[in-house]
Each structure stands twice: as C-alpha cells, then as structure tokens.
Design a protein around this ligand. Structure first.
Ligand code: GLP
Length: 305
C-alpha cells in the first residue's frame, strides 16, 4: 500500500483523475471500477473537463460500479445509475452499453449478483478500481464483518451508513435498507485500487484503515493485502496518520510518481484552473446524446450535490 497526501481536496482529486487518465490513454479498453459518493464528484468533474479540453477518450472503456441500492429504479434521483449518468456518463463519450451497475430492481437478486461477477470476469477483470470510504470503513457497501473473500451480494446497510447516506435523500425514510455491492474479494481481485478520502471527518477511519490492525469490522483494512493499492488523501483526511513523513518521502522519491508530481501541482490548480466557460459542444453535450431504451436521462438540476 502507498499513501499520498496532497495539501487540499482539489489536489487530491486532481491526482486521482490524472492517474485514471494516464491508464486510459495507455489502454483505451481499460476496465474501470467506479465509486459514488460526494468525494468522487470532483474526480468526475475533472475527467469530464479532460474529455472536453484534452480529448480524453472514453469510447472504448468499460465500467463497473461498486454498488447500487436495492429497490431504486435507475431514474430515481438517489440511485447510483442516476448519479453516474449525471456526473459522468452523459458528459463524456462513453458508450452507455459499456457502463454497468448492479440492477437493484432484479426479481432474482442473487442471480443478478452472480451475473455481475460473471460479466466482470468476461471483461477480463477490473484494471483500475476507484474507491471511497464510508465513515465505518466500508468499501462499496461492504459493511462491518464482510468477509474478505466475499463476492457481489446483497448487504443490509448499517445504521452508520444509513445515517451518513440518508442525508442525500429528500425524505430520509426513502433510503433503502439494502444494496447490492461488489464483495471485498471482488475488490481485492482488481489489478490496481485507488482510494480517495478527503476531509477531517474521514481522518479517524483512514488512520484505522491504513495503520490499524486488519479486521473485517473495517472492510478497508483488507486493502493492506492488496499488491497495488494507493490511498490518496488531503491533509485533513491524513491528519491522524502516524507515518505522514514517511508517506511524503516515498511520494517524493518513487520514480513511478515523477510524472504525476509534474502534471498534478500540489495546489490542485491543474485541470480546472482557468476553466473556460462550458462550450455547447454537440458531440459532448448530454442533452444531445441519444440513449438506448433501457437507459435513463437524468432530470436536470434534480440532484443536490
Ligand atoms: C457510499 C458508497 C461508498 C462510498 C461512500 C462515501 O456509501 N457506497 O462506495 O465510499 O458512500 O461517500 P462520501 O464520499 O459521500 O463520503
């Protein structure tokens, strides 16, 4: 595991987006695992910007999201399909047929989970998995006591998760009690994992995930077993780590990070600096994209960020 600490949220999100962009340029057919949550919104904003301004091409890549609520249709403003369409898919040139989320409305949820695993395998596995972290240390919706070899399945959401995510629902009681999530084992199988955590409220759980003992009570500690996992943090989320100086030293001296030290300035002023007004680009404009029948066009301005 590596830990990279950037001075602020912008610089941390910038680095995550730059890593993904570089992998995608090296392999346009990259299989990317995607995450949702407030933290990821700034990553998607940067990827969209790189698409518009630098021609970052998503046309051949395939994506698999970590999770989806059980019982929410794709056009529900709190479904993760809706989140992904709104923040990312409909703003870049990705083929929606190549974007996958578990179907939380499936009649046979167990069959849906098995199908999801099979589809990931058919695509050759996930090359790069983006991850956030819940306040209880969950990855996706792998709540406390998730087995480290678990695969995609339905999980009952913990009270902590319910409290954290219900705030995003218009009426908290609308939040489903269950979700389909990739398992910890599914995540550990990904070739490379990038976890982004920002803000002081994540500092305690980040410290336990990185430096604490491995325990299934905190799913993110399983990442200590992953051969290529990077935590990218802002100063606030890193504030309770004991080994900060060591982590900084590694980032400054590791040749693999040289390119990123150059393109991703510490002040986060990279991609979105001097952002020009958005162009009415027909090719990229979400409202001009035709959607397959089973896809849902996001309702404009319907989500609070
Ligand atoms: C949800 C998602 C997780 C994500 C977490 C963090 O619970 N299932 O994958 O890591 O939110 O969310 P936020 O970035 O809003 O703190």
């Amino acid at each position: 595991m590596e830990v990279i600490i950037r001075p602020n949220v912008e610089a941390a999100a910038e680095l995550v987006a730059r890593v993904m962009a570089r992998e995608l340029r090296a392999n346009p057919r990259l299989v990317v695992g995607l995450a949702t949550g407030r933290t990821m919104e700034s990553v998607y904003a940067r990827l969209v910007h790189m698409h518009r301004e630098e021609g970052l091409d998503f046309s051949a890549c395939r994506t698999f999201n970590l999770d989806e609520y059980v019982g929410l249709p794709g056009n529900h403003r709190n479904s993760y399909r809706h989140y992904m369409n709104r923040h990312f898919f409909l703003q870049v040139n990705i083929d929606l047929q190549n974007t996958h989320l578990p179907n939380g409305l499936a009649d046979n949820l167990k069959g849906e989970c098995a199908k999801y695993e099979k589809l990931i395998a058919q695509c050759g596995g996930i090359d790069l998995q983006l991850l956030g972290i819940g306040l209880n240390g969950h990855l996706g919706f792998n709540e406390p006591l998730s087995a480290f070899n678990s695969r995609t399945r339905v999980k009952v959401l913990s009270p902590v998760t319910r409290e954290q995510n219900a705030l995003l629902f218009q009426r908290p009681e609308q939040m489903p009690n269950r979700a389909i999530t990739m398992g910890v084992g599914t995540i550990l199988d990904c070739r490379r994992c990038l976890l982004l955590a920002t803000g002081e409220d994540k500092a305690a759980i980040v410290a336990r995930a990185v430096e604490g003992p491995v325990t299934s009570m905190i799913s993110a500690t399983a990442l200590q077993f992953h051969p290529e996992c990077t935590f990218i943090l802002d100063e606030a989320a890193a504030s309770q780590l004991k080994g900060k100086d060591y982590y900084h030293w590694i980032f400054e001296n590791q040749p693999e990070w040289e390119y990123f030290r150059a393109v991703s300035p510490a002040d986060g002023s990279g991609v979105l600096q001097n952002r020009p007004p958005q162009r009415n680009n027909r090719r990229n404009n979400a409202s001009n994209r035709s959607l397959p029948n089973n896809r849902v066009r996001p309702v404009k301005n319907s989500l609070s960020s």
